[in-house]
Design a protein around this ligand. Structure first.
Ligand code: PEP
Ligand code: CO
Length: 446
C-alpha cells in the first residue's frame, strides 16, 4: 500500500502501543486489502463540517455532547439498541439546548467504537491465563482460548457493524425521528416514570408551546426537523483506520473515512508513538485524551505535532482527570495552552478518572463523582475565562445498573441486576438525563 506523497504509513516504523498479537500476519494483510477497497463510511466534506462546528466550540459558541458505549459489540448493533442510544443522545441534547441555551454538537461514540486499550495484556481466571478482551474488532468476550485469540476477520465485521449502525443513525436523524415534534415520543418508556423523565416531560411541554408559537409566526426552519449527527471512535487499531483512510477527491488530502472524528486514548498518546504519527497525517477533526499525569509540555508538544497550523476545530483535548484531581490538574494545562495562542476545544470526560471496584467485584462509577468532575471542569474554565466546550460520556439507552446513584438511584447491591457492559460501566437513560440537566444548569450559570 504505497502512500506517498502523504506518508500515510510513516507510523509503521514507530512503536504502536495496545496492538493485538495477530497470530497470522498473512490473514491480516488479506483483510486489510479488502477493507482498503470498501466504500467510505463518511465523507470528507462531513468531517470538515464537524471541524467547523468544533471551531465554533473552541470560540465558545457551541457545546459538544459526545457519548455512547465504552465498547460497542457486534451483537449490540440492533435497531432497538441503536435507537435507544440515539434517543438518549437526542434527549440529552434537547435538555442542553433548551435549558443550557447553547447549540449542541452531537457526536456518537458509535459506529466504530469496537476496540479497547487494556491495562493488562492477559486476563487470569481460576489459574487460566488468556489474552485480554480487546473489543469485538479484535477478539471475543467469552473466556475461551478460541474466542480470545485475535482474529483479523473481525476488522471486516467491525466495518459492516459500523455501516449498519451509521445507516440507522442517519435514517433516524434525517428521516423524521429527530423532528422536534417528537420530543415527547423519545420519552415514552421506562424513563418516563423516573424523576429525570418527568422533569424532561415538563421541558418537552414548554418546547411544544414554543414550537406552536413559532409556527403561528410562520417560522418552521429545517433545523427543527432533522439533526446533524456525527460518529466517532478511538482509532486504536491502526491497521483498521489506515485501511479506511482515503484521499479526498476535492482537496487531495487524506481522511480517515471510518468516522467523522477519531481520538487518541490516554494510553496511546506517546509523542513519538505510532498513533500520534498516524493522526498527524489525516485531516479529520481529532481528539486526544489527557489524564491527570499530563503536563503542559505534553499538551503543547501534541498541539505542535497534531495541529501545527493552528487550524480551529482540528484538535479537541478530552480531559479525564477524576473528580478529586480535576481542580488541581486542569488549570495549568488550560492556562499554558491558552497562553500559547493555540485554539483547541476543551471537552470533559468525567467517566474514566472515576472508576472503582464495588465489593461485589463490579467495575462501577458514582454519578455524584461524574457530576463533581463536570462541576470542577466548569469551575476551572470559569476561573480562567476559557470556554468549557463539552462532555464526553459513556452511556447506553437501556435501563442498566452499571453506575451507582441518580434520581432513581442504583445502589451497589443492584449492580448485578443488569450489568451488561462489555468494558466500562455506562450511565443508564435516567442517569444520562440527570447529568444533562445538571450540565445545563452549570452552563447557564457559567
Ligand atoms: C475510553 O474512552 O473508553 C478509554 C479507554 O479512555 P482513556 O483513553 O481516557 O482511558
Ligand atoms: Co471506557
Amino acid at each position: 500500500m504505497s502512500a506517498e506523497p502523504h506518508n500515510l504509513d510513516s507510523w509503521r516504523d514507530l512503536p504502536a502501543a495496545q496492538q493485538p498479537d495477530w497470530p497470522d500476519r498473512a490473514e491480516l494483510d488479506k483483510v486489510v486489502a479488502e477493507l482498503a477497497g470498501l466504500p467510505p463510511l463518511v465523507f470528507a466534506g462531513e468531517c470538515d463540517q464537524l471541524k467547523s462546528e468544533l471551531a465554533a466550540v473552541a470560540r465558545g459558541e457551541a457545546f459538544v455532547l459526545q457519548g455512547g458505549d465504552c465498547a460497542e459489540t457486534f451483537a449490540g448493533a440492533t435497531a432497538d439498541a441503536v435507537r435507544n442510544k440515539l434517543k438518549t443522545l437526542l434527549q440529552m441534547a434537547i435538555v442542553l439546548t433548551y435549558a443550557g441555551r447553547v447549540p449542541i454538537v452531537k457526536i456518537g461514540r458509535m459506529a466504530g467504537q469496537f476496540a479497547k486499550p487494556r491495562s493488562k495484556p492477559t486476563e487470569v481466571r481460576d489459574g487460566v491465563e488468556l489474552p485480554a478482551y480487546r473489543g469485538d474488532m479484535v477478539n471475543g468476550f467469552e473466556f475461551t482460548p478460541e474466542a480470545r485469540t485475535p482474529d483479523p476477520w473481525r476488522l471486516l465485521r467491525a466495518y459492516h457493524s459500523a455501516a449498519v449502525t451509521l445507516n440507522l443513525c442517519r435514517a433516524f436523524t434525517k428521516g423524521g425521528y429527530a423532528d422536534l415534534r417528537q420530543v415527547h415520543a423519545w420519552n415514552q418508556d421506562f424513563v418516563a416514570g423516573s424523576p429525570a423523565g418527568q422533569r424532561y416531560e415538563r421541558l418537552a411541554r414548554e418546547i411544544d408551546q414554543a414550537l406552536a408559537f413559532m409556527r403561528a409566526c410562520g417560522a418552521d426552519p429545517e433545523e427543527f426537523h432533522t439533526v446533524e449527527f456525527y460518529s466517532s471512535h478511538e482509532a486504536l487499531i491502526l491497521d483498521y483506520d489506515r485501511a479506511l483512510t482515503r484521499i479526498d477527491s476535492r482537496t487531495g488530502q487524506p481522511y480517515d473515512v471510518s468516522a467523522h472524528m477519531v481520538w487518541i486514548g490516554e494510553r496511546t498518546r506517546q509523542l513519538d508513538g505510532a498513533h500520534v504519527e498516524f493522526f498527524s497525517r489525516i485531516r479529520n477533526p481529532i481528539g486526544v485524551k489527557l489524564g491527570p499525569s499530563s503536563t503542559p509540555e505534553d499538551a503543547l508538544a501534541l498541539i505542535e505535532k497534531l495541529n501545527p497550523a493552528n487550524e480551529p476545530g482540528r484538535l479537541t483535548f478530552i480531559t479525564r482527570m477524576g473528580a478529586s484531581k480535576i481542580r488541581d490538574a486542569l488549570p495549568i494545562l488550560v492556562e499554558k495552552v491558552t497562553a500559547s495562542g493555540a485554539q483547541v476545544a476543551w471537552v470533559c470526560d468525567p467517566m474514566h478518572g472515576n472508576t472503582f471496584e464495588a465489593p461485589s467485584g463490579h467495575k462501577t462509577r458514582r454519578l455524584d463523582d461524574v457530576l463533581d468532575e463536570v462541576a470542577g471542569f466548569f469551575e476551572v474554565h470559569h476561573a480562567l475565562g476559557t470556554h468549557p466546550g463539552g462532555i464526553h460520556i459513556e452511556f447506553t439507552g437501556d435501563d442498566v445498573t452499571e453506575c451507582v446513584g441518580g434520581g432513581h438511584p442504583v445502589v451497589e447491591d443492584d449492580l448485578a441486576l443488569r450489568y451488561e457492559t462489555a468494558c466500562d460501566p455506562r450511565l443508564n437513560r435516567g442517569q444520562s438525563l440527570d447529568l444533562a440537566f445538571r450540565v445545563a444548569e452549570l452552563y447557564r450559570s457559567s
